[in-house]
Write a protein that binds this ligand. Structure first.
Ligand code: ADP
Length: 310
């Protein structure tokens, strides 16, 4: 079973408003509300890939209830730690080809709540064959929290894939016990290394040879329409993808993590792991909904992904 962790889930609300006016009343007809948070996108894609997945993390209040209902509709197994505060809403106003976002920062957790979740996670690890940890940490938790989760996975022999950014990622990497895989995009890599990363093979090779990444089995640097650059063990790969018609790229990094987890769980070859991860990412961009893929197109797209050792 794949364990998909979301520590700060949300209900994502989108308001399409043709002619958005500031300081006036704007009415909206077609409201869309989905269970959001990066880890929930990951869980949805894993489920659609036909793999056994358990969604976990922390949630609370009526918003938490809504998230559970949505997971039940998608028949995704879930076992969240309930908190006494309300989970958050994230609002996107879609207007004139633009997207204005209003993101609640969400609940502030106590140390005790953080500890209690770790106990639950420890039990869940016994059932898990691989773990994905996605997104930001809620306020109140120490920025080394994911580092602890990686360490606990290592103790139980369960590989952990981490997809986060900023200080939480830095803390995970500046530690002897490394995650099994990470999936930064170019911006996250730039932020992490404090340099402006450009996409050439030689510079990426140089950057990923940094000691910081030693001991991480898979580093998948996703590059949007340009595919990915990957370090696996001591080998480097450039992965290129076909041109496709993009409908909505939001969540494609999460779909990539889902594909990575599924392929690793199935013990696929290096080529197939990378092709699967790229294909689930692409399939997500071809759908309007975040964290949705059309599996019927999987095989034909997978054939068009090229993996080259560099
Ligand atoms: P993130 O959402 O984390 O920034 P990326 O934008 O790099 O991640 O996207 C992850 C993967 O999704 C890419 O490696 C690629 O396979 C696919 N993808 C994303 N954007 C596009 C695009 N415009 N065209 C084709 N594939 C895309």
């Amino acid at each position: 079973m794949i364990l998909a962790v979301t520590m700060n889930p949300s209900v994502d609300i989108s308001y399409p408003i043709q002619d958005f006016k500031l300081d006036q009343v704007n009415r909206v007809e077609h409201v869309r509300k989905t269970a959001g948070g990066k880890g929930l996108n990951v869980a949805r894609v894993i489920k659609q890939m036909g793999e056994d997945v358990l969604a976990t993390g922390l949630l609370g209040g009526a918003i938490g209830d809504f998230i559970i209902q949505e997971l039940m509709k998608s028949e995704i197994k879930h076992d969240f730690f309930r908190i006494n505060q309300e989970s958050r809403n994230c609002i996107a106003i879609l207007h004139d080809g633009q997207q204005t976002e209003i993101l609640e920062s969400g609940p502030t957790l106590s140390m005790e709540e953080g500890e209690a979740f770790l106990e639950k996670y420890r039990e869940q690890l016994s059932e898990a064959s691989i773990v994905t940890i996605s997104g930001s940490l809620p306020k109140g938790l120490d920025c080394g929290y994911y580092r602890q989760m990686v360490e606990m996975g290592r103790e139980k022999g369960v590989p952990v894939i981490v997809d986060t950014s900023g200080e939480a990622l830095r803390q995970v990497l500046f530690h002897q016990v490394k995650p099994f895989a990470i999936k930064p995009n170019i911006d996250e890599l730039s932020q992490l290394l404090n340099v402006k990363v450009e996409g050439s093979i030689s510079s990426l090779k140089h950057l990923l040879s940094n000691e910081l990444f030693q001991g991480i089995e898979w580093i998948v640097v996703s590059m949007g329409r340009d595919g990915a650059f990957v370090k696996h063990g001591e080998e480097y790969y450039r992965v290129t993808i076909p041109r496709i018609d993009v409908v909505n790229p939001v969540g494609s990094g999460d779909a990539t993590v889902a594909g990575l987890a599924v392929a690793l769980n199935r013990k696929q070859t290096v080529q197939d792991v990378l092709k699967t991860a790229m294909t689930t990412g692409m399939l997500n961009t071809m759908e309007a909904g975040t964290g949705y893929i059309n599996l019927a197109k999987f095989g034909q797209l997978l054939e068009l992904v090229k993996v080259k050792k560099v």
